[in-house]
Design a binder for this molecule. Structure first.
Ligand code: 5RP
Length: 232
């Protein structure tokens, strides 16, 4: 699949998911290239159809895009609930275990997801996998002592790589932290790994989102299809 085909599937999933947002809702808006298509469509609905909703975003990038369309964005602490959050993902398996954080927004994404009544992911079909882990697992770490965390991960065989930008500088999250990507190849025991990571001093959050999502809208060449999680 080339990038243009992949973008077409991402766009179809984003447009389909935008239908879930109704007047008066509080919606969590994720981060990434698929979510950009979602926000474009929501912006169109706000401007052309008079849709009125309140958004809580998982990154400053999404906030800027949403506000450019006149979508009202509020701080997460200014709402008492979020009706639904729509976000992208890097991988998802049949048990609805996923990896997120390719766009370095995993911490805010997990906080918004945890406070949402419903979670929907939008992905192109290449993201649906048998076993997660081929996509490097992002881990957000505090800059102070990050080198020691990387060494600890190396000793455990997690194959960590500190994420750098195009100029070779450490990527910073919206909370000014670093991201370490773990090149694991496959993750057979995601729950155990999640516990190990979150119990590592210096780790703020990891990109394993295990059985959190309710519904995945998959951009498929035959049209968007929905995977529904009945185990939640
Ligand atoms: C950002 C994320 C994204 O949702 C994930 O990386 C998918 O991005 P894209 O839609 O660009 O493929 O987790 O932190």
């Amino acid at each position: 699949m080339d990038k243009a085909q992949q973008d077409a599937l991402k766009k179809a999933a984003g447009i389909e998911a935008a239908k879930l947002i109704e007047n008066g809702m509080i919606a969590g808006l994720g981060t990434g290239s698929t979510v950009r298509f979602l926000v474009d469509e929501l912006g169109r609905r706000v401007q052309e159809e008079g849709l009125e909703f309140t958004g809580v975003t998982t990154s400053r990038r999404t906030q800027e895009q949403a506000e450019s369309y006149g979508i009202k964005i509020v701080d997460i602490d200014d709402v008492d609930h979020i009706d639904v959050t729509i976000d992208g993902a890097d991988e998802v398996d049949k048990n609805f275990n996923g990896i997120k954080g390719g766009g370095a927004a995993l911490l805010w994404e997990k906080i918004v997801a945890t406070n949402s009544d419903k979670i929907v992911w939008i992905v192109d079909e290449s993201k649906v996998v048998d076993t997660i882990g081929k996509f490097p697992l992002p881990v957000e770490v505090i800059p102070f002592g990050a080198g020691h965390v990387v060494k600890e991960f190396e000793a455990k065989g997690y194959k960590p790589v500190l994420r750098l930008d195009a100029e070779g500088k450490e990527v910073r999250t919206d909370e000014n932290n670093f991201v370490v990507d773990l090149h694991l190849g496959r993750i057979d025991h995601p729950q155990e790994l999640a516990e190990d990571l979150i119990n590592t001093v210096g780790v703020v959050e990891h990109g394993l989102f295990l059985n959190m999502v309710d519904k995945v809208i998959v951009g498929d060449p035959n049209g968007p299809r929905v995977m529904t999680n009945s185990n939640k």
